[in-house]
Design a protein around this ligand. Structure first.
Ligand SMILES: Nc1nc2c(ncn2[C@@H]2O[C@H](COP(=O)(O)OP(=O)(O)OP(=O)(O)O)[C@@H](O)[C@H]2O)c(=O)[nH]1
Ligand SMILES: [Mg+2]
Length: 729
């Protein structure tokens, strides 16, 4: 039977056997070798010619956009599936190759929802880098278990010419740093359990490009020593390839590690579901999810949307956590609140999505016929949706985008809606009245790629403005009670604005406190606020958590409050989106409704009365709280040979930057610096010229800080004039 079975039939058979599935990703700092590894794994499973696997020049199999080949980097996450034999059993490995460039790391956040384990790659020469820490954070937040692959060991042998002892020392150092990160980031239960151990085989090392890998258990099995490995590169190329294929096959070492040490969906969902799904674990849905039950109620989460350029059809890839998805099924989209019909269910066969009649839970798969958004939970009837897919960084760079030919405007608007759907890290603001459309992204490269795709793939000729920095508005101190009166003068709202507690803000940012209106008693919110030390009375007053701001209702015994509170919260959200200083978004504010005077008759307190009154009250309260602008700041790690130390520090100083740390060792100089995003325009070329092209930089973190006092009024004036705001607007 085995001979007659096609690859697709085999995948189909394995996809129904939960114990023999692994859902994984590659994740790493930029260019540490994720795609080379993915390509070589695909090649070994017979999906592509071994000759061109992992070859940048020939093009990576998983690169699906021309810009990825042009720029030699991964932009989009790519889903692939393959079959691996381990200990006489076959396993279906669903793998997502993720991008390393920080501008695209939203794709990593979303991929993590679909998988249970990840291969974290670390370049043996560069070691642990800032983005390594970010991917570990992204994985652990979703309870995705990591294993470690130390890659580019060929460079370590050929360039650094290390002895077997030095090589081992270097591995030990990388592993120790990796484990320190796991210890620092993981939840208490996983701090130790998920540290990797070289002896038990949760660490492999090798060369993704040269198609070999090793682990300590594999070395013992094959009787290979570190000395043998070092002398690999003394062999002729053909001879080395043969030796590696026999003694150190990349696919076998890596996929054995995956099968042995990463969980199957059945095991993983038991502890992942309580973290990523906020519903009641004892409910029927809860039990179905925890058991990854094929006969249970279906629950599918969209993690990525691809729009077919020719047919315009949307393919939604994601993870099926429970139940069976079938062609023709009527399903419910919990965020969109709509019924829709599934047209196709697709499973990956290599890189190719192929149609099946139905697919079982615990798989990464795709469906068509649905128009949803990434993060959507698809079920049969309304259910508690999964936790929001919240990215670590926010978009900080914006460009205005306009069409060259006015007749193209409607087409541009349609295209912008599509790109925003395919790339949820992109924020699109469409203003059909003024025609000013804004694109906000994670960095200059991100916007450049999007602009190019609009031109080349979507065929609309567009122009963009120079980058605009998006600021934040907030308050510096607690205001007095401020009032806002409705236009009919029958309703008064009294508000107080004050800075939100740092810990509450952090908890919102980390996703420990969920954003949204607080409808009924929310146990998770109560628990977290209590841990922070917020008193019980105040916890009960929480009504809304919106973009890093909170709204509290402190009124007592007001009979009509229930009828207007939703309107009050609408107006609060409007001001959070566009603050009073320059219509920039607000952050880190605690707004309290302390008193309210309402007209007896509901007809006199509708939206037209409540909205302007609450907005006024809020504007006045923010004024009383010393409203200021915060600017986005990025923390970078800069590296260059030692002779460029003063050039680097000079460059940082010229960008209003601040040195946080300067280190020097045999590898060169490493500087940690804090630089305002407003000064980062043109950074890549400035860095290149300051270091003769030998400096590299990577983003460590992003935050907002008060813009300098002497710049506040100029910046506000500039933003207001750009937006065409009148004095009293
Ligand atoms: N010497 C050496 N080079 C490697 C190895 N693995 C990958 N490379 C090279 O490193 C560069 C980046 O490889 P990719 O596989 O594209 O890395 P990546 O992590 O997918 O990159 P991004 O997705 O853009 O973050 C390419 O030039 C590869 O040929 C390796 O084991 N040894
Ligand atoms: Mg890649």
């Amino acid at each position: 039977m085995a001979e007659k079975e096609t690859q697709l039939e085999k995948i189909k058979r394995l996809s129904t056997n939960k114990k023999q599935i692994r859902n994984i990703a590659t994740s790493a700092h930029i260019h540490h070798g994720k795609t080379a590894l993915t390509d070589n794994l695909l090649a070994a499973s017979g999906y592509m010619a071994a000759k061109s696997a992992g070859s940048l020049e020939a093009g990576m199999a998983t690169w699906q956009h021309a810009d990825e080949q042009e720029r030699l980097l991964t932009v989009d996450a790519a889903n692939v599936s393959m079959v691996h034999n381990f200990d006489g059993k076959e396993y279906l490995v669903n793998l997502i190759d993720t991008p390393g460039h920080v501008d695209f790391s939203g794709n990593v956040t979303r991929a993590m929802r679909a998988i249970d384990g990840t291969i974290v790659l670390v370049c043996a020469v560069e070691g642990i880098m800032p983005q390594t820490e970010t991917v570990i954070k992204q994985a652990l937040r979703e309870r995705v278990k990591p294993v470690l692959f130390i890659n580019k060991v060929d460079r370590m042998i050929k360039e650094l010419k290390l002895t077997p002892e030095q090589m081992q020392q270097r591995f030990v150092k990388i592993i120790a740093e990796f484990n320190t990160l796991v210890e620092k980031i993981a939840e208490p239960e996983y701090k130790e359990k998920w540290q990797v151990d070289i002896k038990d085989g949760r660490v492999a090392f090798g060369s993704a490009r040269d198609n070999w890998a090793m682990s300590v258990p594999f070395m013992q099995k094959k009787g290979v020593s570190f000395k043998d490995i070092i002398s690999l590169y003394d062999m002729k190329e053909e001879e080395r390839k043969d030796w590696c294929w026999k003694n150190a096959p990349l696919f076998e070492v890596l996929l054995d590690m995956v099968v042995k040490h990463l969980p199957n969906p059945d095991e993983a969902q038991k502890y992942r579901i309580p973290k990523i799904w906020p519903g009641e674990p004892e409910s029927e849905m809860g039990k179905n999810l925890i058991e990854c039950d094929p006969d249970g109620k279906p629950a599918f989460v969209i993690t990525r949307i691809v729009i077919d350029p020719r047919s315009g059809k949307e393919i939604s890839a994601g993870r099926l956590f429970s139940g069976t998805l079938k062609v023709g099924q009527d399903v419910w989209l919990n965020l969109a609140k709509q019924k829709q019909k599934i047209q196709q269910v697709l499973i990956y066969n290599g890189i190719k999505p192929e149609q099946l009649e139905e697919i079982s839970p615990g798989n990464v798969l795709a469906i068509s016929g649905i128009t949803g958004e990434a993060g959507e939970t698809i079920t049969l009837e309304p259910e508690t949706p999964f936790e929001e897919l919240k990215h670590i960084f926010e978009p900080v760079i914006t460009k205005a985008i306009e069409v060259s030919k006015p007749a193209d405007l409607p087409k541009l608007i349609e295209v912008l809606r599509k790109v925003a759907k395919e790339d949820p890290s992109l924020k699109v603001e469409i203003n059909e009245e003024t025609g000013e459309n804004l694109l906000s992204g994670m960095g200059e490269l991100h916007l450049e790629i999007i602009e190019n795709r609009i031109k080349t793939e979507k065929g609309v000729d567009v122009r963009t403005s120079p980058p605009i920095v998006v600021y934040r508005e907030t308050v510096m101190k607690k205001s007095d009670q401020a009032v806002g009166r409705s236009p009919n003068k029958h309703n008064d709202f009294f508000l107080v604005a004050e800075p939100l507690e740092e810990e509450v803000y952090e908890a919102i940012k980390n996703g420990e406190i969920r954003e949204g209106r607080v409808k009924k008693k929310d146990d998770q919110l109560t628990k977290r606020l209590r841990e922070i030390g917020i008193d019980n009375d105040e916890i009960r007053q929480y009504r809304n958590v919106y973009k890093g701001n909170v709204f509290l209702d402190k009124t007592k015994g007001e009979v009509h409050i229930g009828e207007v509170i939703e309107l009050v919260l609408d107006a609060f959200e409007q001001v959070c989106d566009q603050g009073p200083l320059a219509r920039e978004p607000c952050m880190k504010m605690k707004i309290s409704l302390v008193d309210i005077k309402l007209h007896e008759d509901a007809i006199h307190r509708g939206p037209a009365q409540v909205y302007p009154a609450v907005r006024d009250a809020l504007h006045n309260a923010m004024k009383g709280g010393n409203a200021v602008l915060f600017e986005p700041i990025q923390i970078y790690l800069l590296e260059a040979p030692t002779e460029f130390m003063s050039a680097l520090t000079g460059l940082v100083a010229s960008k209003r930057g601040q040195l946080l740390d300067v280190r020097q060792d045999e590898g060169g100089v490493t500087i940690k610096a804090k630089i305002p995003v407003a000064e980062m325009i043109g950074w890549a070329s400035d860095l290149r010229s300051a270091t003769e092209g030998r400096g590299v930089c990577s983003l460590v973190d992003q935050l907002f800080e008060k813009a300098p006092n002497d710049a506040q009024s100029t910046v506000i004036r500039n933003i207001r004039s750009r937006k065409g705001l009148a004095e009293n607007q």
